[in-house]
Write a protein that binds this ligand. Structure first.
Ligand SMILES: Cc1cc2nc3c(=O)[nH]c(=O)nc-3n(C[C@H](O)[C@H](O)[C@H](O)COP(=O)(O)OP(=O)(O)OC[C@H]3O[C@@H](n4cnc5c(N)ncnc54)[C@H](O)[C@@H]3O)c2cc1C
Length: 427
């Protein structure tokens, strides 16, 4: 017979989404148990923060603690176009109380140390951390999730019973795999592979910006300074292109680093790898119906679009805050108790932000020249807001409207072309 732990909220995953959910729940006086299968610190990709993500880190009370963690201050992101030209820079800026933009800073961190810091914060705030792997969801007679069975580090099984199950398991998508939410649908940027490592000896820009190097659609690289010496470099290409090279992953990584963009190759004349070369593929997916009675998902557990503009941590931390607010309303004030889905509004709100980023990315990939013009000049302030993560406004900005308009035109034109192409092929 499994031992039993009772709590109010059980959280699968102690990464940023899970740990931050727990901190925000503790602030409201709500108990939680966080289950994490890995021993921290562990390597994780996702090192560059948006401006509003940095604010969420401050809101979590981690700014002081970050002083002891290797990191760099990020002032903005520079995007280099094909061949190293047509570059544009988006500074990190916040909005003052009177609505003006002003300079701001955020961070680039090693996730091993950062995630450890956040999980320690969850523990210090009152969470119980269970080391082990969540194996299955426990449901009640009405098929509503009410707990999770966990195999702990020592092999013992424990049932953690709770009013609410949060899935913050990242790409493992625990509740989708268990059949509680919808199944994973492929995202727009599926079938790609990111190959990455940390290097020493790279030439960075004066400001330690995150740098993005574009070669062509879905073929690009990132350059993220992590401390005084180390830079995270990743190359992203279609998986089929990687497979057709028949190269060892390390050789491919080093060669592509010199091929993608001249602005990158001149920064890596002679680099030493100080981390294993790792890869993540097929990372773009979308899970719908990710809330319901007794459960909700946070961060990568329900959707990941594309890593190019560093929104993953932002979504994980911001949704953790939204989730804790929605759960507090439900558990403490009974909001939505009689509804079929008490967390439907939370789901709509999360999708609003993610859809905005999806549209911006579609525009960047499909209409790069127009996007550079919007970002650089026409809708500069609106794009600065979006890059900072101010993406939950119900009324879209003029810049976002323009992005959507050009996407819609592009789709119409593509649909119009299809019959012509078919008849051309038939000829
Ligand atoms: C190539 C690439 C580059 C990226 N670059 C950036 C970037 O520069 N900036 C950025 O903000 N984001 C970036 N991201 C995204 C970022 O990595 C994620 O969005 C972020 O880590 C999501 O946080 P999370 O808490 O939702 O999930 P995770 O950080 O993945 O945390 C999930 C945790 O759940 C645990 N877990 C899973 N299953 C179980 C289980 N059954 N039982 C117990 N524990 C479990 C895992 O061990 C893990 O610790 C990138 C992503 C990719 C693929």
């Amino acid at each position: 017979m499994n031992s039993i732990i009772n709590t109010q909220v059980v959280i699968v995953g102690g990464g940023p989404g899970g740990a931050a959910s727990s901190v925000f729940l503790s602030e409201k006086g709500i108990q939680s148990v966080v289950i994490e299968k890995e021993s921290f610190p562990r390597f994780h990709i996702g090192e560059s923060m948006t401006g509003e993500c940095g604010n969420m880190v401050r809101r979590l009370g981690l700014e002081e603690a970050l002083h002891v963690v290797p990191k760099t201050i990020k002032h903005g992101v520079s995007v280099y176009g094909q061949g190293g030209i047509n570059a544009f820079w988006i500074p990190v800026m916040r909005r003052t109380e009177t609505g003006e933009l002003e300079k701001a800073e955020t961070w680039q961190v090693r996730r091993g140390e950062f995630d450890q810091l956040l999980l320690d914060k969850a523990k210090d705030s009152g969470a119980t951390i269970v080391r082990g792997k969540a194996l299955k969801v426990i449901t009640n007679d009405e098929n509503v999730p009410c707990g999770v069975t966990v195999r702990q580090e020592d092999g013992e099984l424990v049932d953690i019973m709770a009013d609410i199950v949060i899935d913050a398991s990242g790409a493992a998508t625990f509740l989708s795999t268990a059949g509680i939410t919808s199944e994973k649908e492929r995202g727009n940027y599926d079938r790609q592979i990111a190959i990455y490592s940390h290097v020493k000896g790279a030439v960075r820009d004066e400001q330690d910006n995150t740098l993005i190097f574009y070669r062509k659609k879905n073929h690009w690289a990132w350059f993220i300074p992590l401390d005084e010496e180390t830079v995270s470099i990743g190359v992203v290409t279609p998986s089929s292109y990687y497979r057709s090279s028949n190269e060892d992953m390390r050789d491919y990584y080093l060669r592509e680093m010199h091929k993608i963009n001249p602005q990158l190759s001149q920064r890596v004349p002679d680099v030493n790898l100080v981390e294993e070369v790792r890869a993540t593929s097929n990372y773009s997916y979308h899970i719908r119906n990710f809330t319901g009675k007794g459960f909700l998902c946070v961060g990568d557990a329900h959707r990941f679009i594309d890593p190019i503009f560093s929104f993953g941590l932002h979504f994980a931390l911001t949704e953790a805050k939204f989730a804790a607010d929605a759960i507090a309303d439900y558990l403490l004030d009974g909001v939505g108790k009689d509804l079929e889905n008490p967390f439907a509004e939370y789901e709509r709100h999360c999708e609003l932000g993610m859809d905005t980023i999806q549209d911006v990315l579609d525009c960047f990939w499909d209409h790069p020249i127009s996007f550079a013009f919007f970002a650089h000049s026409r809708y500069n302030e609106d794009i600065i807001d979006i890059f900072a993560g101010r993406i939950y406004q119900k009324q879209p900005s003029r810049g976002l409207q323009a992005v959507r308009k050009i996407n819609a035109k592009g789709r119409l034109a593509a649909a119009d072309k299809t019959p012509d192409m078919m008849s051309a092929m038939a000829d």
